[in-house]
Ligand binder design. Structure first.
Ligand SMILES: Cc1cc2nc3c(=O)[nH]c(=O)nc-3n(C[C@H](O)[C@H](O)[C@H](O)COP(=O)(O)O)c2cc1C
Length: 172
């Protein structure tokens, strides 16, 4: 798929069919995330791969009862790893770069999944501690996004965007 078609056809999908994600596609998605840029190339984030329905149900509870989370064949939990960035960049790395690293890696994964004919939704509304508990993650990592991936069982309409005139502010 053309890169700009990938961007313009992507939709947040919240109903998935039970068809599993092929292993080669999953590996391509993970490689795309790993190819994302990061501050100082430190990759100050971790990815947790969740296929267990039990863990997905715990994530759904952690995400304020968004039960559709358990209907996707898999979820990737992107966590900032602030200590990795702080080592080189101090407070700015801890506070900002680790979150940016996790965010851009998740965006790459999302677009890669779209390019492979898969559907996704980015989940950001959750209780951090409950997500940490659900994935049994070591201390010191902050969940940034849960990305659901699977085959769509709905076809959502495009959502509205601000006009570029409203969004973009030329600075002379
Ligand atoms: C930071 C962030 C947090 C989001 N959190 C949620 C969420 O918790 N639950 C959900 O269903 N969608 C969530 N979304 C998806 C947005 O609702 C969706 O991207 C937006 O409505 C635009 O629709 P579209 O993705 O289909 O273009 C989130 C998206 C982003 C980028």
């Amino acid at each position: 798929m053309d890169f700009f078609d990938v961007i313009s056809t992507r939709r947040s999908v919240r109903v998935y069919d039970s068809r599993p994600v092929e292993e080669e596609k999953l590996q391509s998605i993970l490689k795309a995330a790993n190819d994302a840029p990061s501050a100082g190339n430190l990759q100050s984030y971790e990815i947790y791969l969740v296929r267990s329905k039990t863990v997905q149900r715990a994530l759904a509870t952690a995400a304020l009862g968004q039960l559709f989370i358990a209907s996707a064949p898999l979820a990737l939990v992107f966590c900032a790893h602030p200590d990795r960035a702080a080592h080189q960049y101090g407070e700015r790395g801890r506070r900002l770069y680790a979150v940016q690293d996790a965010t851009i890696a998740c965006a790459y994964a999302m677009l890669a999944a779209t390019a492979l004919g898969l559907a996704t939704v980015w989940i950001g509304a959750f209780n951090d501690e409950e997500v940490q508990r659900a994935i049994l993650k070591p201390e010191g990592q902050i969940p940034v996004a849960i990305l659901l991936i699977g085959y769509a069982a709905e076809n959502p309409a495009p959502t509205r965007r601000r006009s570029l005139e409203d969004l973009v502010h030329p600075v002379e």
